[in-house]
Design a protein around this ligand. Structure first.
Ligand code: FES
Length: 131
């Protein structure tokens, strides 16, 4: 093989190697982006105590699950711009009742408080306050 052919072959190999590396990087970047976009954001904590509210039986309510609503503990649509991937919890109480709705957004019994706000990870977390 002549030196010229050898150089041409090396250039093609280099090109192929670089192309391969670039493709892998692109695949990794796309995969990372896809991975990020499928993980819902964490809610912020608007209150470290529950909200005591009087509910009307048969009425539909939307409990804020993202923490960004300014109408706590209810949804004001803020999740659409500030926490895409999170949705409010819609519920209809059977009868008129007074309940404690979660304010920390980390209850395991949404929308009701289950005492999770007393755990260290909530106590030590920052409180979300609107600017
Ligand atoms: S306020 Fe969230 S569990 Fe009590």
């Amino acid at each position: 093989m002549s030196m010229k052919k050898m150089n041409t072959l090396m250039a093609k190999l280099d090109h192929g190697w670089i192309t391969s590396i670039l493709k892998q990087s692109r695949i990794t970047a796309v995969a990372s982006k896809a991975h990020l976009s499928t993980i819902p954001p964490e809610p912020v904590i608007p209150s470290k105590k529950p909200f005591k509210v009087d509910l009307d039986g048969g009425k539909r309510y939307s409990w804020c699950s993202c923490g960004y609503s300014k109408k706590q503990p209810f949804c004001d649509g803020a999740h659409k711009t500030k926490a895409q991937g999170l949705s409010p919890v819609r519920f209809v109480p059977e009868k008129d009742s007074t309940v404690w709705l979660c304010g920390c957004k980390y209850t395991n019994n949404r929308p009701y408080c289950d005492g999770t706000h007393k755990q260290d990870f909530i106590i030590s977390a920052p409180l979300h306050e609107e600017n």
